[in-house]
Design a protein around this ligand. Structure first.
Ligand code: ZN
Length: 151
């Protein structure tokens, strides 16, 4: 079974949904190079052979940094990532960490059928998120990132 390119169940913001509806009308993937440039608002900060690095247009609430590292070729599953692509991903992560002097953070890659993962776009991409620091044990909210649903 082919995965959905876009999963509207997992959109979070109105502007994101509007943009995705436009893309769905023309059967386009927002992260494929042809559509990334016209539909992604933030500039591409770095382009490698396998990935591009950019800020998320719709950062998760409470993040200080939210980057997307998007595989350039349309793939959707971990089994499609090559070893050289993984090595390059590591280089991009180190570059981001150094450039923005990231003190800490989290890295996620969701893959496959987005009905399992909470992703809105099936095209494989990594998220690098950096939140804040705990200020009050009872009042500081945890930064949540959906990775899927409980079975
Ligand atoms: Zn794509």
């Amino acid at each position: 079974m082919k995965n959905k390119l876009l999963n509207f169940r997992h959109t979070r913001e109105v502007a994101q949904k509007v943009k995705m509806k436009e893309l769905a009308k023309i059967g386009a993937c927002p992260f494929c190079p042809k559509y990334l440039k016209p539909y992604h608002d933030n500039p591409i900060e770095k382009t490698g052979q396998y990935w591009v690095v950019t800020k998320n247009d719709y950062p998760y609430p409470g993040t200080n940094h939210h980057y997307l590292i998007i595989h350039r070729k349309h793939i959707e599953h971990l089994k499609e990532i090559s070893k050289p692509a993984l090595a390059e991903l590591a280089d991009h992560l180190k570059w981001l960490s150094k450039k923005y002097k990231l003190p800490a953070g989290g890295l996620t890659i969701r893959f496959g059928n987005s009905d399992y993962t909470g992703a809105s776009v099936a095209h494989l991409h990594a998220h690098l998120l950096v939140g804040g620091i705990i200020k009050s044990k009872n009042k500081t909210k945890i930064l949540n990132f959906p990775i899927g649903y409980q079975k």
